[in-house]
Write a protein that binds this ligand. Structure first.
Ligand SMILES: *Cc1c(COP(=O)(O)O)cnc(C)c1O
Length: 392
């Protein structure tokens, strides 16, 4: 890696670059190689003994993954990081590293579906238990602590309810009780929110979303405290969920434009949220930078802008939700989010269809609720598409 400096966020995202090869390329090339060669026996010995920092095998490290990691580390204000083949690869490896049989996790109920599956379906096999807390009940945290509680885990903003959790309050709680504080910062990106400043020990991302931002590749990353990352790294390199150099190259290039893209995503989203709020067929709209959002002040405190996800409820319930999805012409009906293309989903009939009514309420999903991932198309075209579908 070229020497770091005190550049600001946007500059770091562009000027953090691996060393040039003898070809003096301006833009980073892709290093598609599974292994690296040694000079002699001594070079080999010293490399394996980690007496020198160098690449050995691409499951351990690669120049492209190192560049991607270095950028995210700087953006999040972290000490070190590990990259993964997907966001879930990062979530799983991080927990698997930190936890032992018999440990207990405190987690916000509003977590990504596959994370919920880890907590409820797989971790119990290894005697790891999880207790959920509601996003608006942080004052109850104390009562949920157990002697074996090891860590506390949150996402903010949440999916798909777009609730905001107070990271500073949770950071203080974690510190007081000696818990490891983990944040899935995927919806905010490090451009809008840096959880380490509020006390997070580790920050996890699905780089598949706004980091790539163009719906091309899967990727994941965990960054944070050096000693914890060291353990996560060793777990990752032995278990093999490594990020491919090609995907790392795509992601590192994407980060060069993260700030400008996310600025525009947020500008479009705020405009659309304001328009939706005035539409007669919409009961409510939830967007962190709308004054009507229940945690608006908190969002202003811990986020630079409101993000690109809006949730809103149609007046006609489940049936209206399905009709609306069918009437949409331009926005994509797709499971992804954080793409340059706007994407709509109807959680009650898809991602969250197996939840009971009570469970749905806990994560802020109603039958007529729509989740909109606002893209980078002209906001007038996105609005025309939504308005036409609302009137259909
Ligand atoms: C998508 C997502 C994940 C999982 O990431 P993948 O790259 O799909 O494995 C985890 N957390 C959140 C909040 C997500 O949106």
């Amino acid at each position: 890696m070229e020497k770091k400096s005190n550049y600001l966020f946007e500059t770091e995202a562009i000027r953090t670059q691996m060393e040039r090869s003898s070809f003096a390329e301006h833009s980073t090339p892709i290093h598609l190689t599974s292994s690296f060669v040694f000079e002699d026996a001594e070079d080999m010995r010293a490399s394996f003994a980690e007496e020198k920092e160098r690449n050995i095998y691409s499951r351990f490290s690669n120049p492209n993954t190192s560049e991607f990691i270095q950028k995210v580390v700087q953006m999040e204000g972290a000490e070190d990081g590990v990259s993964f083949a997907s966001g879930m690869g990062a979530v799983f490896a991080t927990f698997a590293t930190l936890l032992n049989a018999g440990d207990h996790i405190l987690s916000s109920r509003a977590v990504f579906g596959s994370t919920h599956a880890l907590f409820t379906k797989y971790f119990p096999k290894w005697d790891i238990a999880t207790t959920y807390f509601a996003v608006d009940a942080l004052e109850e945290l104390e009562t949920l602590l157990q002697p074996n509680t090891r860590c506390i885990y949150v996402e903010s903003p949440t999916n798909p309810g777009v609730d905001i959790l107070d990271l500073e309050v949770i950071g203080k709680f974690a510190k007081k009780h000696g818990l490891i504080f983990l944040v899935d910062n995927c919806f905010a990106t490090p451009y809008l929110q840096q959880p380490i400043a509020f006390g997070a020990d580790l920050v996890i991302h699905s780089a598949t979303k706004l980091m790539d931002g163009q719906g091309r590749v899967l990727g994941g990353i965990t960054v944070g405290k050096k000693e914890l990352i060291r353990e996560v790294y060793l777990f990752a390199r032995n278990t093999g969920g490594s990020l491919s150099p090609f995907n790392a190259w795509v992601l590192s290039k994407s980060l060069e434009t993260l700030a400008v893209r996310v600025d525009r995503h947020c500008e479009n989203a705020l405009q659309l949220a304001q328009k939706l709020e005035e539409h007669p067929k919409v009961n409510w709209v939830k967007y962190p930078f709308l004054k009507s959002h229940p945690q608006h002040q908190l969002a202003l405190k811990q986020m630079k802008l409101g993000g690109n996800i809006i949730s809103f409820e149609l007046t006609g319930g489940l049936d209206a939700g399905r009709k609306f999805i069918n009437a949409i012409q331009m926005c994509s009906r797709s499971a992804n989010l954080g793409d340059s293309r706007s994407i709509i989903t109807h959680p009650a009939s898809t991602t969250h269809s197996k939840l009971t009514e009570e469970e749905r309420n806990e994560v802020g999903i109603s039958l007529g609720m729509i989740r909109l991932s606002v893209g980078l198309e002209h906001p007038q075209d996105i609005w025309n598409d939504i308005m036409t579908a609302l009137d259909a």
